[in-house]
Ligand binder design. Structure first.
Ligand SMILES: Nc1ncnc2c1ncn2[C@@H]1O[C@H](COP(=O)(O)OP(=O)(O)OP(=O)(O)O)[C@@H](O)[C@H]1O
Length: 264
């Protein structure tokens, strides 16, 4: 696959761990696209068999791979699927495996009115960390990072998205086009996800202070950094997009020339 301009993130885990919920939140925070492989399989009928006992299709790996390849080529996708063993490791830049407590999963699947056999199979898969082991095996020969995120509560959802954002700044291609100087910017107080909590008013004040800076044009390099910051007590976060440019006259300096703030 050709070099991607933007990252692809794989989010996997047992059915019911909250992949859809997590991917929707992550897509909102990052601007990446949530790609539900289960939906793709249904819509494009990428299966050849039906499992009566589990009441689900048995997908065809080759058909799914053929359908996914062109979609992942340019990057920018959050791929949501419970199975990872058949996927190509070089399609992804980061893997997230969601985990939940047994009682949490049992309750969620019961609320979906799944049959006893289907609930038991999924709960056992979670207990034996089948999805985590599958991902570890699938990506063992690559240097793709695998993050295990616990996902029982709303707080864990928000913290998990923040964790991914933080990693994303460090390891994924579209957020660090300028190399070490961008890292330095992120290392400043309040510059990384979760490194410093600010009130909404505090963020607005920072934004207006920054936006009064008159943009200066340099042509050596420039780029964009995306980050999310938690808003205390609101169980929410804001998305900040920093536009930065280097001052070629002062090689160690990075100037933020614009900030775009969006509330989810
Ligand atoms: N972090 C969370 N805290 C509380 N409830 C959650 C959390 N994540 C998901 N849920 C709830 O759990 C249920 C299952 O979530 P979701 O549909 O996202 O799981 P899934 O892993 O995508 O399932 P499937 O693989 O079957 O599509 C939903 O009712 C959702 O609202």
């Amino acid at each position: 696959m050709a070099e991607r301009g933007r990252p692809n993130v794989l989010v996997t885990g047992t059915p019911g761990v909250g992949k859809t919920t997590f991917c929707d939140g992550l897509a909102q925070a990052t601007g990446l696209t949530h790609l539900e492989v289960g939906k793709l399989i249904r819509e494009k009928q990428l299966y050849r068999e039906w499992d009566d006992e589990m009441d689900c299709s048995i997908f065809d790996e080759e058909l799914v791979l053929d359908a996914l390849e062109p979609l992942l080529e340019e990057g920018g996708q959050i791929v949501d699927f419970h199975s990872s063993g058949f996927l190509q490791d070089d399609w992804f830049d980061l893997v997230v495996v969601l985990r939940v407590e047994t009682e949490t999963l049992y309750g969620r699947l019961e609320r979906r009115h799944y049959g006893e056999a289907k609930i038991r199979e999924n709960v056992e898969a979670e207990i034996f960390q089948t999805c985590l082991d599958e991902a570890r095996e699938a990506f063992e020969d690559s240097d793709v990072r695998i993050m295990e995120i616990h996902h029982d509560t709303q707080e864990q959802l928000e913290a998990g998205i923040c964790q991914v954002q933080e990693i994303r700044h460090r390891v994924l291609p579209d957020v660090n086009p300028a190399g070490p100087r961008a890292d330095r910017l992120l290392a400043e107080p309040g510059g990384g996800c979760g490194t410093r909590r600010r009130s909404t008013a505090g963020i607005r004040a920072a934004v207006s202070r920054q936006s009064r800076e008159s943009p200066r044009s340099f042509n050596l390099w420039e780029g964009t950094l995306l980050m999310s910051m938690p808003v205390p007590r609101r169980h929410s976060w804001v998305r900040l997009q920093l536009l930065f440019r280097a001052d070629p006259g002062r090689s160690a300096e990075t100037r933020v020339i614009g900030i775009c703030l969006s509330l989810p």
